[in-house]
Design a protein around this ligand. Structure first.
Ligand SMILES: [Zn+2]
Length: 314
């Protein structure tokens, strides 16, 4: 059995938190603030991972902090690391270099103490150009998956996909690589359906059918808002549920933080306390969550909170 499946069997597995928002706060990542409104299709390279080559020490330090907090899996910072997205930030020519450096840093910190996951997310091509861009997206995702495999990741985490269609393409690419894969969708503006109209349960079923070893949701909502959708997924699959919620408060009308007026410059005003993550950690076992971590807004304090919750539940 591969190492991540073994861990999941012992479960729940503690993942890590969100890198880009935390490194943006520390001054090492460009939020694109003022130049691009998310989803408009204009602008540059907001929240891209060039920090891996521009300021590797900053990234190394954050990996180390997550490891010390108890993370059993470190995600290489390859989120938004397809050539498509990096091109818009002016880093397209360094796609190989950025992906390889990110994996190398994570492996260096992890050593024998944690597994390293390659993070693969949506290309943003579907939001910009429509469903006709799906094959172009496939080429970019396939390229990144090959780079991550070459760099020696233990597993892949496919995350923050808004369209199930693009997730399915990514799962085809990951199947080709032979790497064990965790797959999580993101839901906005409401948790009831993804952007191409599928319920969380439908998404979970399709992702599991395509071979994901754990399925679930990440980003966009805080733990309490995400829980109902995770339960919907849990009811229809036999694989473990994976959850990496954001640490930002959403509203009954809008279940996603990236469409709150506070995004991206006033996020501190909607920050959720780490106490909610202690409770989420406590609930992981009874809620049947097999992989638990955090996404945007979750710094190492939040992962320590999750770890404490998991321990208290035992
Ligand atoms: Zn996130």
């Amino acid at each position: 059995m591969n190492p991540i499946s073994t861990l999941l069997e012992e479960g729940p597995v503690l993942g890590d938190g969100g890198y880009l928002i935390e490194l943006e706060r520390r001054g090492y990542v460009d939020s694109g603030s003022g130049r691009e409104k998310v989803g408009t299709g204009k602008g540059s390279g907001q929240f891209t991972p060039e920090v891996a080559i521009e300021n590797p020490d900053a990234l190394r330090e954050l990996h180390l902090e997550f490891l010390r907090a108890g993370s059993q899996v470190l995600q290489a910072l390859t989120f938004f690391g397809t050539r498509e997205k990096l091109n818009r930030a002016g880093y397209g020519a360094q796609t190989e270099k950025i992906n390889h450096a990110a994996v190398r840093l994570a492996k260096e910190v992890a050593g024998e103490r944690a597994l390293v996951a390659g993070s693969v997310s949506r290309t943003q091509l579907l939001e910009r150009e429509g469903m006709g861009a799906l094959e172009k997206a496939r080429d970019h995702i396939a390229e990144q998956v090959r780079l991550l495999k070459d760099a020696g990741v233990d597993l892949l985490i496919l995350e923050t996909f808004f369209h199930l269609a693009e997730m399915r393409v990514a799962l085809e690419c990951s199947a080709e690589s032979g790497l064990p894969t965790i797959a999580t969708m993101s839901f906005r503006p409401l948790i009831t359906r993804c952007t191409d109209g599928h319920t969380p349960a439908e998404c979970a079923k399709r992702m599991a059918e395509q071979g994901a070893i754990a399925v679930g949701a990440n980003c966009e909502q805080e733990p309490n808002r995400m829980l109902p959708l995770l339960r919907g997924m849990r009811a229809v699959v036999n694989v473990p549920i994976a959850a990496q919620p954001a640490a930002f408060r959403t509203t009954d009308d809008c279940h996603c933080f990236t469409r709150q007026p506070a995004f991206p410059d006033d996020l501190e005003t909607i920050q959720v306390s780490r106490r909610e993550f202690v409770d989420f950690g406590k609930a992981a076992r009874s809620e049947g969550i097999g992989y638990i971590g955090g996404c945007c807004g979750c710094n190492p304090a939040y992962i320590r909170a999750l770890a404490r919750g998991l321990q208290n539940a035992k």
